[in-house]
Write a new protein. Sequence first.
Length: 261
Amino acid sequence: MMLNARVLTLPRDTHRHEHVHHQVVIGLRGQAELDVEGLGVALDTGQACLVPTSARHDFQGNDRNHVLVIDLDRDDPALTDPRHGEYERLAPLFDRPQTVSMDQQLCNMIQICAAELNQSPDNAALHSHFAAGIMHCLSHRVDHPTPPTGRTRHTVSPEHLRDWILRHLHLKITIRDLAAEACLSVSRFHEVFRDLTGISPHQFVIQVRLERVVELLHYSHLPLAEVAFRTGFSSQGALTNAMKKYRGITPSALRSRYKKR
């Protein structure tokens, strides 16, 4: 699954780029900084940053910095196919940019791996195996949400999820977020939710967003761009496309219809 794993020194001057693969950047020594779509990360020896594909990020470091960089093929079945044995554990890692705080045991292992990588820079198989091991260790530190007190495990309530979505409407909401709220694995949640409601969790999130859009169009005079922002759409265009697809009308046309009443 791994494309590459290598030890790098980040430049002192700030650079910005993006790439078509997922990436993990782990601090080894010195000081380095990343900014991934507004998420600022200080990469010391206890921090890792997970960078999804196409996420624009700035990076820089001091003269003594070293980081371990792992590239992952975004199209690998382990990251795209729910039937793959590792999908449930690895795919959620790249739902959004995020940091992982590493315990001393993992830090020690990564330092040993980095030293071995430097000793064998041309051994692609070694780099891949080390990277795979590190990814699985990181996934243990990220996953395993603790069920909230007083909640029944393995229970999916569409009304509870609707309320939760409305409270987080302005944010990016992933299936992993909803699965954690229901205390289920991603794959199990997707299956249970579709059986219960007849639609996918993604479609449900869109429906809840659009319900709020309709309310704002009816009862407020907010610009369409502001309506899109408040309801979690990335742009006014994204809102318009969703309205046309799921409601068969554009936001402008719907607002005009309300004004005529």
